[in-house]
Design a protein around this ligand. Structure first.
Ligand code: GLC
Length: 716
């Protein structure tokens, strides 16, 4: 049944309209001039129409009842939550999941997260986060898709499809919210919420594409970033929100401010009071005011002063009501959460969580095939502050999932190796200065056949408001690692390090000393079982890092898509683009990740040799696995335009393919590339397709030395 939105708009008072443009947290808020405490009376008065941070069908249905049965206009609530990487069943953090390079998997985990979210009575998630990041100091790198804009577009599409499903009114669909629009990732010095100042070209080539993809995929809502862009805060950025998003891209969804972001326009120094702030945000196109109360308190005065028009308020209210209508909330506000999920569905989801976790970890190093361990390994020593740390396994943004249970490394190994004698101690805490437990940890190595050392960050050392100036091992973990390394050398037993983090850590020492090194990021509810599966070879490691790992913080920002220097380090001259004290190469390039096979590439060919814009290029390469075990290989396709009307990136990611290559076998892997994907922004930032030769490069990661290269000719 269609809702008569026109009639609602006619009948609503200004206060009720502004209620529909207000979103309040159900719990007390502490950040500034925000709505705090209990919203129930406001819901009955119709002066709050949306909520966030509420969990559970009980509480959400109670709030819906107040709105649809006790308020005058009976408009259902839109209730949202940050479901960033799973809800009650936690999947790997987005930076980890980006490593699977599998769009179907990205979509599936979002679909499953949507089912749990909707089962809790929620109709909106503030995800996917699509901020490209090239600075590991920034804590929110953990929440995003890594460094590459093209990869980010693939993830954007998959996540929007997954969260929203085929029918937004379905009981298991939730509205997605593409965030944070835009260019939040390049905050100054990687410091959270700091100012952003980048070129128009970088904005368009790097930070906008994922949001364009999200709009193409039909994303229902978007969230502007807290940050400014060259002096204009995104929450008040009329050219990008109104003119570009709504005007050029035709985005007709709802723009939801970030938490108190409208109120923070005062801190940005572009608004003298909440009236100014409310007018700036509404004029820019922001529909819902999350938590600053600027719209309810400021817009009536802004109307009187002629700073805004009622038509603008009505247009925003209409978009909010249309979203509620599309979500089926008018038809049945209790649809989401009406049915509990079955035990089978939950068990199946945990199996998925285990599978995607095993595929998200990245085997960074595996000297002399240290891994996999024999399943019959008699004695293991498991050490480190992250070895038996349930709460840490979920990583940042795990609102509902904290209840666990999350499987730790120790738990996973005990499950996988019931006949193995496993000894454990943390040795040190994650971050404090106490070294007292190191001696005992070292002693525990005696008699072991291998040591598994679990190190890294706590779950809250990345994510929001968690920038780190020294993105390294915290506390005394380095001292523990050195002591354990010395002991394992003396005992001539392998040292296997599992590294937990929400970002690439600066760990050249671990790269040098560990026999095997795994980036486990934060893998969610089934972390320990997934890690154990890979350690004993029940699962094959296939993850490929979606972000470059710096060798030194001084290299940051370091990413494969950099534009060339006029004095490249490759030339033997003294005066070249280099550091005196560290090589230019990263510790691990984008796409790096080992399998249990050993793949080499040969016989790259691209057809046809010459193409026009409407053609498709077919690229084939032979992948040979000379290893003794099957390889779950990811093959990347890059391009390089060596001569163009503007300097083009040294490498551009344009595709990937996964191939299961059996031991001692060769497989031909095929990738296709539309020639139109080779368009770029010319000197005047207009899209161009330029005739000329373009390199096609294929290989295991964004290290040119490991790529095979051929070329195609572009014809006008
Ligand atoms: C936070 C985050 C945003 C989140 C919102 C609601 O501050 O910046 O990503 O969706 O507030 O929790």
């Amino acid at each position: 049944m269609r809702t008569d939105i026109d009639q609602l708009l006619t009948d609503m008072t200004l206060a009720e309209k502004l209620g529909q443009l207000t979103m309040a947290a159900s719990s007390y808020a502490v950040t500034g001039p925000v709505i705090a405490g209990d919203s129930t009376q406001a819901i009955k008065d119709g002066t709050i129409g949306n909520l966030l941070n509420m969990i559970g069908a009980g509480p959400t249905h109670e709030m819906q009842r107040l709105a649809v049965e006790e308020s005058r206009m009976r408009i259902p609530l839109l209730i949202g939550l940050d479901v960033i990487h799973g809800h009650r069943t936690l999947f790997p953090i987005p930076l980890a999941e980006a490593s699977v390079f599998d769009a179907a998997m990205w979509e599936l985990t979002a679909r499953e997260a949507a089912k749990e979210t909707a089962a809790d009575g929620l109709a909106l998630t503030f995800a996917p986060m699509l901020d490209v990041s090239r600075d590991p100091r920034w804590g929110r790198t953990a929440e995003g898709p890594g460094e590459d804009p093209w990869l980010c577009t693939q993830i954007a599409r998959a996540k929007v499809r997954g969260f929203q499903g085929g029918n937004l009114a379905s009981e298991d669909a939730v509205a997605a919210c593409a965030k944070h629009f835009c260019a939040y990732g390049p905050v100054t010095a990687g410091r959270e919420y700091a100012s952003v100042d980048i070129s128009e070209r970088t904005l368009r080539e790097v930070h906008l594409p994922a949001f364009v993809a999200a709009v193409d995929a039909g994303v229902a809502s978007m969230m502007p970033a807290f940050t400014d862009l060259a002096g204009i805060p995104m929450t008040a950025h009329r050219p990008l929100l109104n003119d570009y998003l709504r005007g050029k891209l035709g985005f007709d969804g709802v723009l939801i401010s970030d938490y108190n972001a409208i109120g923070e326009l005062l801190k940005h120094g572009v608004a003298a009071d909440l009236v100014d702030a409310a007018a700036l945000a509404l004029n820019a196109g922001v529909d819902i005011d999350m938590m600053s109360d600027a719209y309810r308190r400021g817009l009536p005065i802004a109307l009187e002063r002629g700073l805004v028009r009622m038509e603008q308020i009505d247009a925003s209210v209409r978009r909010v009501l249309q979203l509620k209508e599309r979500l089926g909330l008018f038809d049945d506000p209790y649809r989401r959460g009406a049915r509990r999920e079955t035990a089978e569905a939950l068990e199946k989801r945990r199996r998925l969580a285990r599978n995607v976790a095993a595929r998200s970890l990245v085997l960074l190093k595996n000297r002399n095939d240290t891994l996999p361990l024999a399943a019959s390994v008699p004695r293991l020593c498991v050490l480190g502050p992250l070895a038996d740390a349930q709460a840490e396994m979920c990583g940042p943004w795990a609102a509902a999932g904290y209840e666990g249970p999350h499987v730790t490394v120790l738990g996973g190994l005990q499950n996988a190796l019931p006949n193995t004698k496993i000894r454990y101690t943390a040795g040190v805490a994650i971050a404090d200065g106490d070294r007292g437990g190191i001696a005992h940890a070292v002693d525990l190595c005696e008699g072991a056949d291998a040591v598994v050392l679990c190190l890294g960050e706590a779950h809250n050392m990345s994510g929001e408001a968690a920038s780190r100036a020294y993105p390294e091992l915290p506390g005394q973990q380095g001292a523990l690692a050195e002591a354990v390394f010395e002991k394992t050398c003396a005992l001539k037993i392998p040292l296997i390090v599992i590294l937990f983090s929400g970002r690439p850590l600066i760990v050249p020492w671990l790269d040098e000393k560990a026999d095997a090194l795994i980036a486990a990021w934060f893998l969610g509810s089934e972390a320990g079982n997934a890690i154990a599966d890979v350690l004993i070879g029940r699962a094959s490691p296939s993850g490929r890092t979606a972000i470059t790992w710096p060798r030194a913080l001084g290299q940051v920002p370091i990413f494969f898509g950099e534009r060339p220097s006029g004095r490249p380090a490759s030339s033997k001259d003294y005066f070249t683009s280099k550091f005196l004290d560290v090589p230019n190469e990263p510790l691990y390039p984008f796409g790096h990740g080992l399998t249990y096979g050993r793949c080499t590439y040969a016989n790259l060919r691209a057809e046809p040799a010459s193409v026009t814009e409407n053609d498709t290029i077919t690229v084939r390469v032979d992948v040979t696995n000379s290893g003794a075990r099957a390889a779950d290989e990811t093959v990347f396709l890059f391009t390089r335009d060596p001569v163009a009307s503007v300097a083009r990136p040294l490498l551009e990611l344009k595709g990937f393919a996964r191939a299961m290559v059996p031991a001692a076998a060769t497989q031909t892997v095929e990738l296709t590339l539309k020639a139109s994907e080779l368009r770029f922004l010319g000197p005047d930032l207009a899209q161009v397709f330029e005739p000329g030769t373009v390199e096609i490069l294929v290989g295991p990661c964004a290290d040119r030395a490991q790529l095979l290269s051929t070329s195609v000719r572009l014809q006008a």
